[in-house]
Ligand binder design. Structure first.
Ligand code: AR6
Length: 174
């Protein structure tokens, strides 16, 4: 099977794919950054489903590194996969493994739903402060170990700015 790995610059809420990944926080109750943009563009049904998930499955919040799906409301996608990336605390608190887990668990969640395409934002590299180059090398590892083997056919890595995308691409062989 042919798997396409793409990168693009722009707003992830505009990307037409089966599943969009949200860089959420444990509360699943929304926030700023890409989380805020997804809830604004997707409308209130996403938050309503997140409330039900909290009540029924994760009363203490979604643990860091895990992922859970809702429908996507008004977004041009079928599902939003909510994941929680690690907050950067200097690099010796499992941040690398937790970021890798956020990518891979989101991927598995999408695969279980039958999605063929998935779009990711640069998880943890905004408010959560994960250094962008270090995050890039983890995402490239995810690409090699999980995304390229499949089963999803298209994986799109979305960057909010052109320099962020260029930085990511420049980290490919590190
Ligand atoms: N499309 C694509 N990328 C975006 C968009 C967008 N519409 N908006 C921002 N980015 P962040 P985090 C980029 O802060 O670091 C929230 O409040 C942004 O430039 O959204 O995982 C949550 O509720 C950056 O490169 O997520 C959590 O509390 C990347 O997305 C917390 O922030 C991630 O930045 C999560 O922090």
């Amino acid at each position: 099977m042919d798997v396409t790995i793409e990168t693009l610059t722009g707003d992830i809420t505009k990307v037409t794919v089966d599943a969009i990944v949200n860089a959420a926080n444990s509360s699943l109750m929304g926030g700023g950054g890409v989380d805020g943009a997804i809830h604004r563009a997707g409308g209130p049904t996403i938050l309503e489903e997140c409330r039900n998930i909290r009540r029924d499955r994760y009363p203490d919040g979604l643990p860091t590194g895990e992922a859970i799906a809702t429908t996507a409301g008004n977004l041009p996608a079928q599902w939003v996969i909510h994941t929680v990336g690690p907050i950067w605390r200097g690099g010796k608190n499992d941040e690398d493994d937790l970021l890798y887990a956020a990518y891979t668990n989101s991927y598995r969640c999408a695969a279980e739903l039958g999605a063929k395409s998935i779009a990711y934002p640069a998880i943890s590299t905004g408010v959560y402060g994960f250094p962008k180059e270090r995050a890039a090398s983890i995402v490239w590892r995810f690409v090699r170990e999980v995304a390229e083997p499949g089963p999803l056919e298209r994986v799109i890595l979305v960057f909010f700015s052109a320099p962020d995308r260029m930085l990511f691409l420049s980290c490919k062989n590190r």
